[in-house]
Structure formats: structure tokens, C-alpha cells
Design a protein around this ligand. Sequence first.
Ligand code: ADP
Length: 266
Amino acid sequence: FRVTLTPIRRRDKGVVGSIAVLHDVTESEKLEQTRREFVANVSHELRTPLTTIKSYAEALDDGAMEEPPLAERFVGVIRSETERMIRLVTDLLHLSRFDSRQAQLRRQTTDLAEMTEDVVDRFSLQLRQKAITVRVQVEPGLQKAWIDRDGIDQVLDNLMSNAIKYTLDGGSIVLSAKLTGAGQLSISVKDTGIGIPKKDIAHIFDRFYRVDKARSRSMGGTGLGLSIAREIVRAHGGTIGIESEPNAGTTVTVTLPMAQEGGEQP
Ligand code: ADP
């Protein structure tokens, strides 16, 4: 609480009492705390690759340049750390677009079978490299939806990329789309990966939250994929949920209201 005290004065008697007003600042304190943590996280996440780039550039300067095989490796590290920073900044821009509510959904009639097949196609190389098999299941009769195709593509890309990152070689993924009993569109990505411990599930959509920081980083993760997915789904008026069993697999389900073609969702 923040307390404001105002003295009550009488002309002849001076101060005769006071008025105390208690302001409940829990919410704004919490917001401020979240903002501080976010800035600290962003700074840390950007600082790490920058420090690496600096030290490898110095090593090249100090003579590594004369040894071509070594120089090649160092330049490779510099490039991959730069790519990490670009990914991070791109993710941050996506988040801020949705934070400031600037994100106008650009809905279009979307063929769901085509959309799900396209997601798999975009990952075909990575899937092949890890020998992961994918099955796409679109409920018969479910054809079109009025959604922001680019936004939902990004959600599915984030979920698919996680499913691949956190599934061991030879595993499998099922991408499915169906209508729920309540007439909502439900899209889920199910993997046979490492799963998420129970205690972490509640935090998994928090910005920069990772179960295993080192693992996520080595897989090229920014820790923002799920929070971006949640913002996009919320902008559609939908929800996103996760079910997971350690060492068995994870299913992430996105549920979207079926909007009227030509209409806008809140
Ligand atoms: P990251 O870039 O680290 O993957 P995300 O926001 O996409 O960030 O996910 C947050 C964390 O949730 C990941 O670091 C990982 O620990 C966990 N996670 C997300 N998806 C999966 C999955 N399909 N299987 C296991 N763990 C997952």
C-alpha cells in the first residue's frame, strides 16, 4: 500500500487530525516488477552473444586470422551468434507489436489443410535431419477459417520448431486440426519428445522462461516462442494450453473461435 496523509487544520486550534488514504498499488508494483525483469532479461540475452562476438573478433585480431582453419571456425561462431541476436530482436519486435495493441489482425479465408501441409513443408529439412516422422490430420469437412494467416503461421512455426527441438531423433509429431464440441477450431501439435516437468508447466508461457537454458540456447531458442504464440492467439480471442509428460511427450493446443468471414473478433 502507498499511504497519503493530509493534516486537518482548524484556524484557531492548528492541526486537529489527519486523513489517511491507502492506495492499493499491488497491481502497478507487479507490473513494474515484470517490466524490470523483462529489461534485465533482454539485456542479458543480448549481452551474451555480444560478449562472444567481441572475444572471437579479438582472437582473430590477435593472430587466429593467420591460421585459416581456426579463423574459419571463429568466423562461424561470430555468424551464428549474430544470427541469434537477429532472431532475438525479431522476436522482441513481434512481442512489442502485440503488447502495444498495434497488431491489427489481417484476417483472410484460410484453407486449413493447405496451411497445415505448408507448415510441415517449411520444416522438412530439419525433420529429415532428425529422422522425425510427421502426420497431419485435418478433420474431414473442416475446410476454411477466417484467421490472420501470417499470425497463425507464426504460432504453428513456433510450436513445430519446439516439437522438433525437444524431440529426440527418430521421434514423431502429429499436427491436427478439428472442430471442438463448442464449435471452436482446435489445432494441436503433439510430439514424443522429452516433455516438461510438472513444476515448470505453469511458467512455460512466461517470457524468457526455459526449462533448460543451456539446451534451449544450443537449439537456437530465444525463450520467447511460446509467449509470442500466446499473444497472437489471444489477439484472435483464443486460448493456448499445454499438456506434457516428462520423457513421453508434449501436446500444445490452440483453440480459436470460428469468426464470421468478413468480421472481426475482439
Ligand atoms: P525456446 O526458444 O527456449 O524454445 P519457448 O518460449 O518456445 O522458448 O519455450 C519455452 C520453453 O518451454 C523451452 O525452453 C522448453 O524448455 C519448453 N518447451 C516448449 N515446447 C516444448 C516441447 N514441445 N517439448 C518440451 N519442452 C518444450
